[in-house]
Design a protein around this ligand. Structure first.
Ligand SMILES: [Zn+2]
Length: 387
């Protein structure tokens, strides 16, 4: 039996999503994709189904913290929220990550990128989870005196984890936490190592106004907390003095980190020059719109990044800041946030191709003759009005 499903947007993984399109399925196979009227003419006997909003390959969730899945959603200012997470760090364990993996089953995904802070979670993801993705081993270390020790520990851990990788499933990556919680000297060592080992990188960057202030002047809530907890000045941590022309992205540029093409998470507080540097280096960016709103971080300037041709993926961040692990909830939220400044076409492409680029995974492409499961009807998940 042939079925024809009209759709407002169709994305096959190639080019841009097309409007007023359709898909024809022959049982479990994709028989054709293309303009609606053309397919109606070519398949006059196909059974026509109700119109979908979006048909596309399953999306990717390019940034999660699965090990925080047992923490409740807790919208607080960024610096207060980080303090609350640290107080509850004992709940970041394997049970919590397994709960997150369960939640990550709906909608189906073409891949996920997870930040991993516990060895037990990393071992489980690499050896037990039969899904494509990247698990980034998280490293913190603001005190430059600890750089050598932490670096050596990281190398030993990576060697252990590498032995667990299985082709086609979760890949090992590395994530120096941020440009202010990892000293400049450790950041350079970690990124040099990742390049030599061909490990994909993610770095949280330019997330909150407090972080912006830390780089610009070494003052504010975040800077004060860091100096108190780590007994080091911001100048010692960064390896340079905060100043009005220093930004988080500028710190990465200064240290040669952008050349390694890390995937940058958030990138909310950036200058136009930062965006130019990101574009020139070819770094993908992942945005987590709901998390940015919940933690009062501001709004990612998507149109600016689009103007410079930066590849943008979408992630949910943790449940504790993003409320759910459903990446299509981010699209719903982004529709309301940006309106026509970021068209649905752009969001759909970002959730599929942008996410693949951000994780260094093969981007899904569907052709006639492929299995029906290569395409997913996003309508029920998006439930967008007036589209
Ligand atoms: Zn995050």
């Amino acid at each position: 039996m042939l079925e024809l499903i009209p759709t407002h947007l169709l994305y096959t993984g190639m080019g841009l999503p097309q409007e007023n399109a359709a898909v024809v399925f022959s049982e479990d196979t994709i028989a054709a994709t293309g303009p609606l009227e053309e397919l109606r003419r070519s398949y006059p006997y196909a059974l026509e189904r109700p119109t979908a909003q979006v048909i596309a390959p399953p999306p990717l969730n390019a940034h999660t913290h699965l090990d925080m899945s047992s923490l409740p959603f807790n919208p607080l200012g960024y610096t207060e929220w980080v303090g609350w997470v640290i107080q509850n760090s004992s709940s970041r364990n394997l049970d919590s990550a397994m709960l997150g993996l369960k939640l990550l089953k709906r909608p189906p995904l073409s891949g996920f990128g997870d930040i991993v802070a516990r060895a037990e979670v990393m071992r489980y993801l690499l050896s037990e989870v039969d899904r494509p993705g990247v698990a980034y081993w998280e490293v913190l270390g603001p005190n430059p005196d600890d750089a050598e020790r932490i670096f050596n520990e990281t190398v030993a851990k990576v060697r252990e984890f590498r032995a667990l990788e299985r082709p086609g499933f979760v890949r090992l990556g590395l994530t120096p936490h941020t440009a202010h919680t990892v000293s400049g000297v450790l950041l350079q060592k970690l990124v040099g190592f990742a390049r030599a080992e061909n490990l994909p990188l993610q770095i949280h960057i330019a997330e909150s106004p407090d972080e912006w202030q830390l780089f610009q002047s070494g003052t504010g809530k975040l800077a004060e907390t860091m100096e108190r907890v780590f007994a080091k000045s911001i100048t010692q941590i960064l390896g340079t003095e905060p100043n009005a022309s220093l930004t988080s992205v500028g710190q990465l540029e200064r240290l040669g980190i952008l050349e390694a093409r890390p995937t940058l998470i958030h990138a909310v507080h950036v200058t136009e020059k930062d965006v130019q540097n990101i574009a020139r280096a070819g770094c993908p960016v992942v945005t987590c719109p709901r998390s940015n709103a919940a933690l009062e971080c501001g709004i990612f300037d998507w149109p600016l990044f689009a103007r410079y041709g930066v590849e943008v993926g979408i992630g949910t961040d943790s449940i504790a800041s993003g409320e759910s692990l459903n990446v299509l909830d981010e699209i719903k939220f982004a529709r309301a946030l940006y309106g026509e400044r970021v068209p649905l076409k752009t969001l759909v492409r970002a959730a599929v191709k942008g996410g693949s680029r951000a994780l260094g995974l093969q981007s899904p492409i569907v052709r006639r003759g492929d299995a029906r499961a290569g395409l997913m009807d996003w309508t029920g998940f998006l439930a967008l009005s007036n589209e």
